[in-house]
Design a protein. Structure first.
Length: 324
């Protein structure tokens, strides 16, 4: 009887899930609102880029009304929003199209608008039917980060090529962003030598690419329901639980010493849950080609990962700034 109750409750949950009903209007509405929020945030990055020299010279910047009417600021903001949304959309369509290929039911992407430093909290799709085989799980989990990374790479190259090198601005007057290994490598090719006391002001397209690789790294942590969790489970099976716990602990430690946002990310992961749904063919090994692809995905994670996306915002430094 108890088993029947659980099955009935599970059936009700599936039946009345919010994502069971198609709401194309909601997908479109969230995309439009996210586009607007990304555009608004893009204005600040476009201003920082265009008026970088004025900031270093302590010169006054035009009034807000004049800035908004500036065609270059508007066009740069539109480009920032477009490039960012293309990267995020490519990531989610990688998952969605893989689901369609394997006849796994999934929703269209839902974008999340937010007044953050990038104008959004990302996007997601909801997989509505079980994934039956490990190779399907691997392909669906890997397709999103691969697509997003491939789209972010040319944005970084183009954006860095058009970025500016200016005398350093006092740190208390600006945000200092961390650099993934990928950005450092591309930057070293474009800017052969940057004198001491100078900084790079990113072109808005480069900043969108920076966000793209950061999102890739966020999703590739081998934990629970993250993309990296799917890939890790497909390769390691039940052994992936140990890897997940290690990385979860590392997130909390990095939040203390590098960037407090990692603690928030770890708590969100705990809220979603660390457990990964079992796959019927868990004991069936992946093909050699997929194992090789798994290695490349690990490399992508390594070169995209940023320990301190925003410098000076770790728990230790924030506690030191508090005055009691």
């Amino acid at each position: 009887m108890e088993e029947e109750k659980r099955e009935f409750a599970s059936a009700l949950e599936r039946r009345y899930s919010f994502f069971d009903k198609k709401r194309l209007w909601l997908n479109i509405l969230l995309f439009v609102i996210t586009s607007i929020s990304a555009f608004i945030v893009g204005i600040s990055w476009s201003l920082s880029y265009k008026y970088a020299d004025d900031l270093t010279n302590n010169s006054g910047i035009s009034s807000v009304s004049q800035i908004i009417k500036d065609p270059q600021i508007i066009s740069l903001s539109i480009i920032y929003a477009a490039v960012l949304l293309i990267i995020l959309l490519g990531h989610e369509l990688g998952h969605y199209l893989s689901c369609r290929y394997y006849h796994v039911s999934a929703t269209l992407p839902y974008f999340i608008p937010a007044p953050t430093l990038i104008g959004t909290l990302g996007a997601f799709i909801k997989i509505k039917s079980p994934i039956a085989r490990k190779k399907e799980l691997f392909d669906i989990g890997a397709a999103g980060p691969l697509a997003g990374f491939i789209l972010a790479l040319p944005a970084l190259v183009y954006g860095l090529a058009h970025s500016k090198v200016i005398p350093s601005i006092p740190r208390e007057e600006t945000l200092i962003f961390g650099e993934p290994l990928l950005l450092k490598f591309i930057g070293s090719l474009i800017f052969e030598h940057i004198p001491t006391g100078y900084d790079i002001i990113l072109h808005p397209v480069a900043f969108a690419g920076w966000v793209g690789v950061l999102v890739t790294a966020f999703n590739l942590f081998p934990i629970g329901q993250l993309d990296g969790g799917h890939v890790s489970y497909a390769i390691l099976g039940s052994k992936s639980k140990v890897i997940a716990r290690i990385f979860l602990g590392a997130l909390f430690i990095m939040g203390v010493f590098f960037w407090i946002g990692w603690i928030v990310w770890a708590l969100l992961i705990l809220l979603i849950g660390l457990k990964h749904p079992r796959i019927p063919d868990e004991q069936t090994p992946l093909s050699f080609s997929r194992k090789i692809m798994g290695f490349f995905i690990f490399v992508i994670f390594a070169i995209s990962f940023i320990p301190d996306p925003i410098k000076g915002y770790n728990l230790v430094d924030l506690l030191k700034q508090l005055k009691f």
